[in-house]
Design a protein around this ligand. Sequence first.
Ligand SMILES: NC(=O)c1ccc[n+]([C@@H]2O[C@H](COP(=O)([O-])OP(=O)(O)OC[C@H]3O[C@@H](n4cnc5c(N)ncnc54)[C@H](OP(=O)(O)O)[C@@H]3O)[C@@H](O)[C@H]2O)c1
Length: 347
Amino acid sequence: MTRALALGGTGPIGREIARRLSAAGWHVDVTGRNAAHMPPELAAGGVRFIEADRADDTQLRTALGDGADLLVDCICYTAADARLLLPLAKNATSTALISSRAVYVDSHGNHANSDVQPSFDGPIHETQPTMAPGDMDYDSREGYGANKVAAERVALDSGLPITVVRPSLVHGVGAACPREWVFVKRVLDRREAVLLAHQGAGIVQPTAAANIAALVKTIAARPGTRILNCADPDAPSALEISRVVSRHLGHTWEEVLLDETAPDTLGRTPWDSPCPVVLDMSAAEDLGYRPAGDYAAMVTAEIDWLVDTARAGSWSRMDASHFSLCFDYATEDEFLARRRRTEAGQP
Ligand SMILES: NC(=O)c1ccc[n+]([C@@H]2O[C@H](COP(=O)([O-])OP(=O)(O)OC[C@H]3O[C@@H](n4cnc5c(N)ncnc54)[C@H](OP(=O)(O)O)[C@@H]3O)[C@@H](O)[C@H]2O)c1
């Protein structure tokens, strides 16, 4: 039986990889620090949880045991992490290291976490320049991409069959930062309007965890030392994403498309980039990758999970502070009331 090991495999990415591979007859093991974070449906499907801290060399080697046909590292953030991956990758037929599109810089050096949002000339190919490698705090705006680049280089320079995967904005069940929450919560709050900055035209391409899993399956069959982008086959705007969510939940609202005269605190969403951020997927496609589905088809599982989790009040990992700027209902209501008065010719 073919064996896969996913480090940090209890999150949304590992969950989809494990689910899809075990359904295809693989033996799948996932690591984490806390067995309570193991999705019950994975355990029921025969996926095994192995307790192993990502920083503990001995625990990692024990988890790998005699080797694997596929090794996936979902939580490789630094060069030090990547150095711990190498001895494991030597005993794996194919390895996938989950990196990020946050490594890319535009011609001015701006990246996903810069104060000034990047402006790319078109779909971003894997040859697009990246941030310089760095070793500052990886959990910081400048450090995240720089450390990812450093990790990528350690992996690629080893010459081992490690594929670096660069997803965009990941969506999936169990996400710690489920961006669609900005619209799901609005539906649950029965809001009558959705406000969208830049007329809802912003695009930062999403990546379904299920599509990462589909790409990882391709990587398992085609080991190599390379970099591959990973994004959904479509690139919906913020307005289109709001419609996917409201349609799925059977909610109707007024779409208030804000222009630059509106207060810049209103209508913020995670997809509100002044220039489209879209990944070129031709390298993955040339390798034989076919997506599991488009954004609207793949995101519904996460939307349903958000609704169920909110109703049960059972958040375990989501940090609502990510979204605090998106729910200033008092300022919104004031803005809408003023707009109605203006339209009615009232002072
Ligand atoms: N979210 C995005 O939009 C996005 C975009 C691009 C790239 N990425 C990349 O995607 C990856 C994250 O994937 P994900 O969201 O599926 O993972 P995740 O949810 O962040 O983490 C997966 C699991 O790893 C375990 N874990 C965390 N730290 C650990 C440690 N030190 N030792 C052992 N286990 C640990 C956690 O379980 P325990 O707490 O039980 O240990 C967690 O359930 C990262 O590499 C990130 O850079 C994400």
